[in-house]
Ligand binder design. Sequence first.
Ligand code: SF4
Length: 373
Amino acid sequence: MDSYIDKQYLASRHLKDADTFYVNINFEVLNGCKWACRGCHVNREIQQGIGGEYTEKFVNLLNDFEQNKYKPFIAFIAPTDFLVANNTVEFLNDDATVEILNKFHRLSLQTTYLDVDSPRVDAIVDVLNARYKNMELEINIVIEPAQILNEKYLDVLAHNKASLERRLTSFNHIRTFGIFNVFDYSATKIAETLQNYDLLHHKIQHLFDTTIDYNFSLGRKDDLPGEEFEKTVLSISELFDDAISGEKVKFLRFSFGKLTDSLIEKQYNYRMGEFFASPLLYERFVSFREELKIPINKWTASEFEQWEHNLQLTQYSNVGDKDECGSCHYLGSCIDRGVLHLMDAYGIKRCVVARDALDAINFKRSKLESNER
Ligand code: SF4
């Protein structure tokens, strides 16, 4: 077994042990969803699988990554609830898909956990047990933020999660994170609660042994206005700045605060034969805007590296038009994570990062062990 599989849960956690780069790909391939989660901007109809002419290209690309010291690490399967999407079985059971996804270490799926009893779910369980048993499995929960105080709702999630995991007999330990769609929480009846990250974290962690990931689903809106993106992302910055300071820092796991993450872990979004940048702003960002498209022709690792290099230079050359970046000690990290690329795509000049939270994690006295961040 490869040593990295023994050592790593989050690839980025052990920079000092890393003897390779990691590459994650978000596959935008599932269609159909019967739910209407707030803050969801997913296009539920237009996705395609990865068969046809792209099969060989994908296999060659992943082989090329491996020959150039990259390990395919996480394959995210998106964008809809995999238990209710209408093409999950067809996608996961396709021979080309099985070959491609099994090159990764971990398969990551997401669900609302609102429906686990249907013939479709039985078929999905069978495919996962039979064809993905050599992979690590992660099933993330898309949580409805406005229901976070609803004990009945949380009980249903816990019950259905346990039920599904019992049937996934090929997997020893299934990892789980809680996903919150980001939207204007002030429009909910529990706006104050939703600004209290500390409370939310404890509530979810107790039930699901997880942390909260904020999902900027609105990035999938092709015509998202810059002002709307800026307003939303600043509200999350305030939330983290408020929650992570002084003594409170010890209660939270704030993975974005670990500045070295993106140095060894690369992530890209794939949809219908095209790749897109996935900037790391709190979480990996998904958008299919033209500005984020990665222009590759030969599907080689060196093309991605050249694109990364060019993008760094472009971001540095555009620092002058930002309000504060030019004199900020996080500039190198933000450029490495593609934050300024995202700001350019949406025409934003103001800082979009929770810098007080980053300062608390990185410079103030913290009770967090380095491997807990
Ligand atoms: S986005 Fe904010 S944290 Fe990042 S370099 Fe600019 S001012 Fe600094």
